[in-house]
Ligand binder design. Structure first.
Ligand code: FES
Length: 161
């Protein structure tokens, strides 16, 4: 079991854990940035859900990076990924994949730890709700979260930041 965790999350003293801590500011991460630009898993449930590696045979469009296998995330789930050192919330809905800044504008909590219902992503801390398709916030319309283009190419989910 420990070996499986090391493969998915990285060793506690390894570079993935170190990168994850430096990007997110979290002291003890359950998850880590896999060698870039692979995903960061926030829980064992997400890791199990994402047990498929990002494909290595996909050539992303110019400016995009392959971050995930297209079948790795179920609809209705959101995760954090690190892309070029930036924490991004990657959500999958019935409409497809959406990428937005991981930082909630209210107090910078991780939107990738929130809950997703349709295109509505609820921040885990105070419950602000964001539309993952455009980053708009129902509760505070002036606090839109930046979004990023996503394209699925072959088996790869590609994000441009
Ligand atoms: S930090 Fe997101 S709603 Fe409070």
């Amino acid at each position: 079991m420990a070996m499986w965790k090391d493969i998915v999350f990285g060793r506690p003293d390894g570079i993935r854990q170190s990168t994850y801590r430096s990007v997110t500011g979290k002291k003890a991460a359950k998850a880590a940035a896999v060698s870039k630009p692979e995903p960061v898993y926030e829980s064992a449930e997400q890791a199990l859900n994402l047990g498929i590696e990002a494909p290595k045979d996909v050539t992303p469009p110019s400016g995009f990076e392959v971050v995930l296998h297209k079948d790795a995330l179920e609809s209705g789930k959101v995760i954090e990924v690190i892309i070029a050192g930036n924490a991004i919330a990657l959500a999958r809905t019935d409409e497809g994949y959406f990428a937005l800044d991981n930082r909630c504008p209210r107090t910078a909590c991780a939107l990738g730890e929130g809950s997703l219902e349709g295109n509505k992503l609820t921040c885990p801390t105070h419950g602000w709700v964001f539309d993952v398709s455009d980053g708009s916030c129902e509760i505070s319309p002036k606090d839109t979260v930046p979004t990023y283009p996503v394209q699925v190419v072959g088996d790869g989910v590609c994000v441009k930041i």
